[in-house]
Design a protein around this ligand. Sequence first.
Ligand code: GDP
Length: 295
Amino acid sequence: MFDNLTDKFDRAFKVLKGQGQITEVNVAETLKEVRRALLDADVNFKTAKDFTNQIKEKALGRDVLTAVKPGQLLVKIVQEELAELMGGEQEDVDLKGNPAIILMSGLQGSGKTTFSGKLANYLKTKKGKKPLLVACDIYRPAAIDQLHVVGDQIGVEVFSNRDEKDPVKISQAAIQYARSNGHNVVIVDTAGRLAIDEQMMNEITAVKRAINPSETLFVVDAMTGQDAVNTAKAFNERLNFDGVVLTKLDGDTRGGAAISIKSVVNKPIKFIGTGEKMEAIDLFYPKRMADRILG
Ligand code: GDP
């Protein structure tokens, strides 16, 4: 994961690590390299600039130049700030309410349906919940089939109604069904489009208003870099979601989305997807991710 970025950071710190005497010039050069590494990883310009300015301030505040091991201290500051940039503490999904209602949003192909299954499986096996998956894509019958396949795979019931064309009615009926059948979590998988469009936004905001979820998650493909961040911004403006799910982190992603999404939309990344299998789900720990990136 993020191998390229790790290499670049490593190279940026090389000068500092080898040098006995660290000067202001060394620090400035290192920070320039750090910024370049972030930009290459597809972090947006403002985030990268703010980040390195912040490091500079912290380095001054902690007297890096006169420290016993200046290089190590600067690396530590970068590590701490990177974790902070990505969200600070880990935030889990909110399961208040009976049933707790989780609404999934995102573009088509982002991995929404796969993640709905992964989350149901996680809540069932790790938290002892009895989830109900709800198929609310009224445009693509194949998406309903896909959710049924996923549900069968993990032994979780799927609610769908192919004759109903109103996602608000489907989700409301599903919640009724969950109440009558002892499901304590309802996961609503909604329709996605290939690009942001008004109808999709209206539809999902109507569903959100009608079912009042305890958690609205926005699912996005990490491979799409700054597009992921822009899409997150557009969804958040309309939907005011609670958390982000970054999928496809097992692929050759550069890391930009993971690093900048929190600072742009001010919502935490809660989960990551690391493969196509139902078990390929992880909670997102900013500190661990920062440690991993810095190698
Ligand atoms: P949706 O249209 O948003 O519901 O997206 P899908 O759940 O159908 O996923 C689109 C494609 O991405 C499928 O081929 C999934 O198997 C794949 N996919 C989803 N999540 C991941 C992931 O974390 N890693 C990888 N490698 N593939 C994923």
